[in-house]
Design a protein around this ligand. Structure first.
Ligand SMILES: [Zn+2]
Length: 185
């Protein structure tokens, strides 16, 4: 089992006893520790992406973790946008335009990262007639549409999300290797 699988399993485990047969608390503990080293968003990403049920329903129904994730991610994107000067602030109007851009980039990147499958073919790349899907040209992912500048920012932020989750999983997995079963209590 990879770390993400162990983590999801632990979240869903009915018992949190940690003995020879139940190592459920171990990945949770490792994830919590990994997050204190990182920026705190890794465990949340993992929870929402892998454990909150059908992702396509997540944005409509909302889950406990999603609003928290949207807030955390939006703040992070706004911070990056300012640092990287996505918008040159010359007038008061630019401040409003910049916040609107940060919010759109944050929402679109998170939505795509959580569920970026091509809707026309449900991410299979082929149609029911076994032809290559014309919408995604067979590459299975939903196209990131819109103006070039903004679309590129959305793509950058999707890579950031991938990076954050990978870094989180690597830290948590390293912690699990250092602390063999039973020794973390
Ligand atoms: Zn498609």
């Amino acid at each position: 089992m990879g770390f993400a699988d162990k983590y999801v399993w632990a979240l869903g485990a009915s018992t949190l006893q940690d003995d020879e047969t139940h190592h459920a608390t171990e990945p949770l503990f490792a994830a919590a520790v990994a997050d204190t080293v990182g920026i705190g968003i890794g465990a949340l990403l993992s929870r929402v992406k892998f454990a909150d049920g059908s992702i396509s329903k997540v944005f409509e129904s909302g889950t406990q973790n999603l609003p928290h994730l949207i807030r955390t991610w939006s703040a992070l994107v706004a911070q990056k946008g300012e640092e990287r000067k996505w918008v040159k602030i010359r007038a008061e109007w630019d401040v409003a335009a910049a916040s609107a851009l940060y919010a759109r980039v944050a929402q679109r990147s998170l939505a795509h990262w959580l569920d970026g499958k091509c809707k026309a073919c449900c991410g299979t790349g082929v149609t029911a007639e076994r032809r290559i899907c014309q919408t995604c040209k067979g590459n299975r992912a939903e196209e990131i549409t819109g103006q070039g500048f903004e679309a590129n920012l959305v793509k950058d932020m999707i890579s950031e999300l991938d990076g954050l989750l990978q870094a989180h999983n690597a830290r948590a997995a390293a912690r699990l290797r250092r602390e063999p079963a039973g020794s973390i209590l």
